[in-house]
Ligand binder design. Structure first.
Ligand code: PLP
Length: 442
């Protein structure tokens, strides 16, 4: 079997709409490494897009899944209940930020969690308006797609959108429309603009919820300023709206805290989680303040597979291991180490416009020679070059010009060094290919 022969079969069997960054077919994965069908070994700095926070095939997760699957694999919660669902809900409620008692609803994917959070917010507030942000990604289902920012490739072609969704400006220091030069100033300006938009263009009494990623993932690893998120939470409460914290990508330790919102000391009304909670098993959740979660009547929410026992067992084992192995603290340390080395690279390479991020969620934004025009060609060349060097990387960003680091959070110092060396080499090779090109307008 070769990557090439699989590609032929793929072309015949799979819609091209389901695109893949790397033309590779993986056969084995363990810890921080993956092997393709030709036996080539790669260090995985994608973690299946922020999913394998414990690395591949973590023994405690594998064992929990085997144990549960040997008992039974599926029991629809809507038919008869099972203890794993309750245990996971209890765990998520305990882990969720803030002092208010919480309840959870379990589903299968991040997009489904977002869909249900919006349904809950609308049912609770009896209002319809949902305010999402530029640079946001919330998934591909109908409502989640509408909340997602980028038209290409996520929305164009699908003809229609969900109703009553509004878009406000996400505070992005490197590219902000207000000319703000500090996070503090940016937060103030963005908050004032948001309030202005809600008050004069949407209507304060029409807003059911604001949905925001405290660190925008697909938007380019942009952390919201502290005063902005705090002001947003306060404003939502003032106008009788909820705020939904989307932790699907940034949650479960990736930022060096359990949840990205923990950096702000805030308590969201509703929180969506997925990806990292299940170590690759399809599980996701909406966790929210008890009075909100209790406001819906029995039967208003449901799903056949949501919170299925095998995936729930994987999530419980994942959260156990995150605690027992000090994964959150490890992510913080790895992030500091990686940032120091990437800082040197950024100073050496003027075509890296910005190094940013939090914890291990670090990103390099590539620009053309003018210092601002997004450079997606160099970014793509870095991803391809890193792959040739044995490193799986992903790009991100509204302008596809950001390299993001999504390593497992328990990788060793030696593995981190190996990955960073490969990034340095791939960047220098890519810039020697594309670096001489003249800047062209975006
Ligand atoms: N929300 C955020 C912040 C995400 O990053 C993603 C996926 O990348 C989603 C929601 C959608 O999750 P899923 O792909 O599991 O539907």
């Amino acid at each position: 079997m070769s990557n090439q022969s699989m590609n032929e079969r793929r072309k015949a069997a799979v819609t091209p709409a389901a695109a893949s960054v790397h033309p590779l077919y993986f056969q084995r994965a363990e810890g921080s490494y993956v092997w393709d069908v030709e036996g080539n070994k790669y260090l995985d700095f994608s973690s299946g897009i922020a999913v394998m926070n414990l690395g591949h095939s973590h023994p405690k997760v594998m064992e929990a899944v085997k144990r549960q699957a040997a008992e039974y694999q599926h029991m629809c919660f809507a038919v008869g209940m099972h203890p794993t669902y309750i245990e996971l809900a209890e765990r998520l409620n305990r882990l969720a930020p803030g002092p208010t008692a919480k309840k959870s609803f379990l589903v299968n994917s991040g997009a489904e969690a977002v869909e249900n959070a919006v349904k809950i917010a609308r049912a609770y507030t009896k209002r319809s308006g949902i305010v999402a942000f530029t640079h946001a990604f919330h998934g591909r289902t109908f409502m989640a797609m509408t909340l997602t920012n980028r038209p290409e490739p996520y929305k164009n072609g699908f003809v229609t959108r969900a109703n009553d969704v509004y878009r406000a400006e996400y505070p992005y220091l490197f590219r902000n429309p207000w000319g703000a030069t500090t996070e503090e100033e940016l937060g103030e300006k963005a908050l004032a603009a948001l309030k202005n938009q809600v008050k004069y263009s949407i209507g304060e009494s029409e807003v059911a919820a604001f949905i925001i990623e405290p660190v925008a993932g697909e938007g380019g690893f942009i952390q919201a300023p502290r005063n902005f998120l705090a002001g947003l939470a306060q404003y939502a409460a003032q106008i009788g709206a909820l705020w939904i914290d989307d932790e699907v990508q940034a949650g479960v330790g990736r930022t060096g805290k359990m949840w990205a919102v923990d950096h702000f000391g805030l308590e969201p009304d509703l929180m969506t989680t997925a990806k990292g909670i299940g170590s690759g098993f399809p599980i996701a959740a909406v966790t929210g303040k008890e009075p909100i979660m209790d406001s819906l009547s029995p039967g208003m929410l449901g799903t056949t597979f949501g919170g299925n026992p095998t995936a729930a067992a994987a999530a419980i084992a994942t959260l156990d291991a995150v605690e027992a192995e000090g994964i959150v603290e490890r992510a913080r340390q790895l992030g500091e180490k990686a940032r120091a080395r990437l800082q040197v690279l950024t100073e050496q390479q003027p075509r890296i416009g910005e190094l940013r991020g939090v914890g291990t969620m670090l990103a390099l934004e590539f620009v053309q020679a003018d210092g601002i025009t997004p450079d997606s060609a160099t970014t793509d060349a870095v991803v391809a070059g890193a792959r040739d060097l044995g490193l799986i990387l992903l790009s991100t960003g509204t302008y596809s010009n950001v390299i993001r680091l999504l390593p497992p959070l328990n990788l060793s110092d030696a593995e981190l060094d190996e990955g960073l060396s490969k990034i340095e080499q791939a960047v220098s090779q890519a810039l020697s290919q594309t670096g001489s090109r003249e800047a062209t307008p975006a």
